[in-house]
Design a protein around this ligand. Structure first.
Ligand SMILES: [Zn+2]
Length: 334
């Protein structure tokens, strides 16, 4: 594939390193398990697509089935709200979290959900983590704000319903994402933030238009991965007393029904006591009180208060739910 990419680049008289230029990017699209390569050049004053198409015999190992269904990701009571947001014709959906929070898994599950709904999807990714048959995936390398803006500008000229932008890292990309969602597209993107309210505060601090953000934003999901207790060696953690659990805010009447568990360690988990991960989530469906908070550029503590008043369960509460269910140990939510 790399050789083919290099030869395609040579065909348009440029070296492969030109892919780092803000005006040139490589696009891959998978149709019927074949990989199609496009080299597209975007000029900032006028847009011209010189498209060379070549077919590779390389098949992808990934199938759509390798992407998990949204219902498998543990969204519980938030799943309906997320699915409703995905049904909207336009708006901005943000999936956020720190590095290693499982955002990519959620994002691709969303893309698959939209693909199953026959929506036309254009992605701008850096890099492409998974390939999904039937959607137009574009890969940027070394994408700065200008690079992303040019690619989003190009996406807006396509006949597309959904635009997926890998990550918002700067004001320019944020403003383009908002512009695209206000022009009738459903835009999905992500940010590295530690909470859902922090995501909104971060965008406001970047300097986006408060009015435009309040109109565009549909929902924010923030997530974190916790270690799941190994099923094979799970046992009651005798060190954790009801008094310990009471300090976490569990109500007295519930304490007698809650046991804290831990993985003792076994051959199946290499003596770690851990059997994979489970995601915990915060979900803000943007309601009128939150739109008002955004329009008025309220500080993080006020955005946090409005979110909780309107039903957001915090990451900590979500983690305590998993503790009470015996899925994670108390040490994951300390
Ligand atoms: Zn084990």
């Amino acid at each position: 594939m790399v050789v083919l990419e290099a030869s395609l680049a040579t065909c348009v008289g440029r070296s492969i390193s030109v892919r780092h230029s803000p005006i040139s990017y490589l696009s891959r699209e998978i149709v019927n398990s074949r990989v199609w390569l496009f080299i597209k050049e975007i000029f900032m004053s006028k847009t011209e697509n010189k498209t060379l198409k070549s077919e590779s015999t390389e098949s992808t190992n990934e199938s759509p089935n390798s992407v998990k269904d949204l219902s498998e990701l543990g969204f519980d009571e938030n799943l309906d709200g997320i699915l409703k947001s995905l049904k909207e014709p336009s708006g901005l959906i943000l999936v956020t979290g720190l590095s290693g929070s499982g955002r990519t898994t959620t994002l691709y599950s969303m893309l698959q959900e939209l693909r199953n709904d026959s929506r036309k999807i254009f992605t701008i990714e850096e890099p492409i983590h998974k390939r999904i048959d039937g959607i137009n995936q574009t890969e940027l390398e070394g994408g700065d704000g200008l690079h992303y803006s040019a690619a989003i500008e190009n996406a807006l000229k396509q006949d597309t319903d959904v635009i997926f932008i890998g990550e918002i890292r700067n004001l320019e990309t944020a403003e383009m994402a908002i512009k695209a969602s206000l022009s009738g597209h459903l835009v999905i993107s992500s940010l590295q933030t530690k909470s859902a309210p922090d995501t909104i505060a971060r965008l406001l601090n970047m300097g986006v238009s408060e009015t435009n953000l309040s109109q565009a934003l549909t929902c924010v999901i923030n997530q974190k991965l916790l270690n799941r207790i190994c099923d094979r060696c799970r046992e009651v953690d005798k060190k954790v007393t009801p008094a310990h659990l009471a300090k976490f805010g569990f109500k007295k009447e519930h304490l007698k029904n809650i046991n804290a568990y831990i993985g003792e360690g076994c051959d199946a988990c290499d003596q770690t006591g851990v059997g994979g991960h489970i995601a915990i989530h915060e979900f803000i469906k943007i309601s009128e009180p939150m739109r008002n908070a955004i329009r008025n550029s309220w500080p993080l503590e006020d955005i946090n208060r409005v979110a909780v008043e309107n039903g957001m369960r915090t990451l900590r509460q979500s983690g305590l739910d998993r503790l009470a269910q015996g899925i994670v140990s108390i040490y994951e939510v300390l």
